[in-house]
Design a protein around this ligand. Sequence first.
Ligand code: CDP
Ligand code: MG
Length: 751
Amino acid sequence: QKKRFDVAKERYCERRRSGRVVTEQEAWEDHQAQKARVRFGAKDKKQVVDGYEFVFDDLTGFVEESSEAETGKHRGCYSKTAAEKAREGREFLPIHGYREELLKLIEENQVLVIVGETGSGKTTQIPQYLQEAGYTKRGKIGCTQPRRVAAMSVASRVAQEVGVKLGHEVGYSIRFEDCTSEKTVIKYMTDGMLLRELLIEPKLDSYSVIIIDEAHERTLSTDILFALVKDVAKVRPDLRLIISSATLEAKKFSEYFDSARIYLIPGRRYPVEKLFRKCPEPDYLETVIRTVVQIHQTEAIGDILVFLTGQEEIETVETNLKRRMMDLGTKGSEIIICPIYSNLPTPLQAKVFEPAPKGTRKVVLATNIAETSLTIDGVKYVIDPGYFKINSYNPRTGMESLLVTPISKASAAQRAGRSGRTGPGKCFRLYNIKDLEPTTIPEIQRANLASVVLTLKSLGIQDVFNFDFMDPPPENALLKALELLYALGALDEIGEITKVGERMVEFPVDPMLSKMIVGSEKYKCSKEIITIAAMLSVGNSVFYRPKNQQVFADKARMDFYEDTKNVGDHIALLRVYNSWKEENYSTQWCCEKFIQSKSMKRARDIRDQLLGLLNKIGVELTSNPNDLDAIKKAILAGFFPHSAKLQKNGSYRRVKEPQTVYVHPNSGLFGASPSKWLVYHELVLTTKEYMRHTTEMKPEWLIEIAPHYYKLKDIEDTRPKKTQRRIEEASTSKVDTNKKTRTSKVDTNKK
Ligand code: CDP
Ligand code: MG
């Protein structure tokens, strides 16, 4: 046996000496050989090391049999040497030993698929290697991330490593925030931002390398980018393309990119003990808290990482956990709670990476972002309730919802692995792995495609049905998108982009929102509309309701709805912004009014950018703050498909869909005397299908604004004859009955 070890080791060393480029199989063997080296001296055919069973194998030296088959073959055990333990920083990362090979491969292959375990250094190191090797002399290095927070925090880490100020040589670009400069050569950005850059720079001329990172996440934008950069690479032989992934989907990526070379970076993993609950708990947040306390009281020192689904859950757990620790008294060492999610203010984001002070234990409460995008050192325990929030779209009803969904087996393995990066770890699963699906469906197959289709059309891609999708979306989702874009006036009868569509593309927001902005020109209220758009873009984090002051908070909020009863949430948001502005953007005022000043500041930034874009496309800046009807009509210009009518039982019904919907409890219209007709911003599914941000409107406006979409019968009811006649007159003068929604047909025929 010793001889066989020697053979494996020798083969490995020989290749290293010769510097020959490795194949995937060889890289895997290297990995095994490394282990052989570490575990040198194994005597038995079977041996248990750190909880893993190793079986001697003729080919590679070792084959690993993990106790849980779901984690697959590619888990390694690798002991840190004392020297490594002492050393920190770049040279210590697993990728370091492969630097030269990697650079050589990148030089020789236009497209390279890189697979490496999370935390091996792909995201932070590869762009630096490329810069050191001189690639930035030819152009920037762009590296995409599916998440804003990841782009920001990785950029700041790399700036630190390179020793430059963030935004100078190393920067990032995310929607509504550009932290780059003339000097920037390493640019991290969200995948959505690169998609937008393609609109301005179709051949990506200013880049020498594009890295599509976290490819396994398969976000909508990443999937579209695959096809677009593949095309760009064909016309730009000098461009280098790197597809980087944390999981072993590599084969699929490689096939898609015409059998591109795959390079495997062996990671480092210590064994992870997995504990699970046979029967799932009804209240998993309570179980999370109990588990944290239990780990804290009984387990050795080491940080805890908890996977939760979103900000709300994180805040709940944070509050309850603090309370529980207080109840227990300051027994033992202290706990430091660090939340991390996408809307977390930047200074707090940095906190999760700081090591816990001696004698304390850090508890990181994270969303899915910590699964592969961010690596937090020092984690020894993972608590995984097994859920995440998934964006799902129903093309039939046009309803988009964020659903809390069970994770996949692949995710479960990734999450568990987070605990075994620096030493043996433990993962507490609050579910049974057997109940999970193997992988998650790519976003493109469950998303609203309107925005993407408009982008493609603007890039001159006519036939979206035959677009080179890695996994094509359902056909009816594409049809729905085309229909909506036609209804919004962004596409014409034959599915080509219109002038309106070209203007809409300029705004980095959803087509309905961009149509509202572009449409505001006609109603002479563009200033009000961009304020509303900016406020809607910061989400539902404008008002806050502290638990002990809810009555005051609600009263303060309702002040913005006064005078004109039932005006609606859009107008209230406008009033909030304008009042804040009158108060010189005062933080104090925000506090008094129970408004989150950080959301307001963000809204101001977004508004400034929208203002710039309005100037760019030549829309006149007009203001008409007192003409509420004009403002509502402008809102309808984009959101007319989102109309709902009151029913006898107090609920609402969508005008064009047989769907019952309700006013959201957070709306100022909730519980007020109901308006008969409403326009809403979005539908959210929680306990019911709720309309979020609603405003009252008049039904005849639907026909005035969207005669191609609404017919008289849609809005007919038992109104007094006079009103009815007025509506009829309005509609006969406006409706062009020959014009039907044909886009979809035309496009299908083209197939
Ligand atoms: O991309 P990959 O998962 O392969 O690894 P990475 O993100 O480049 O992370 C390499 C190392 O940098 C890890 O040890 C991280 O903990 C560290 N890192 C950090 O300390 N702060 C960040 N904002 C990002 C990474
Ligand atoms: Mg990474």
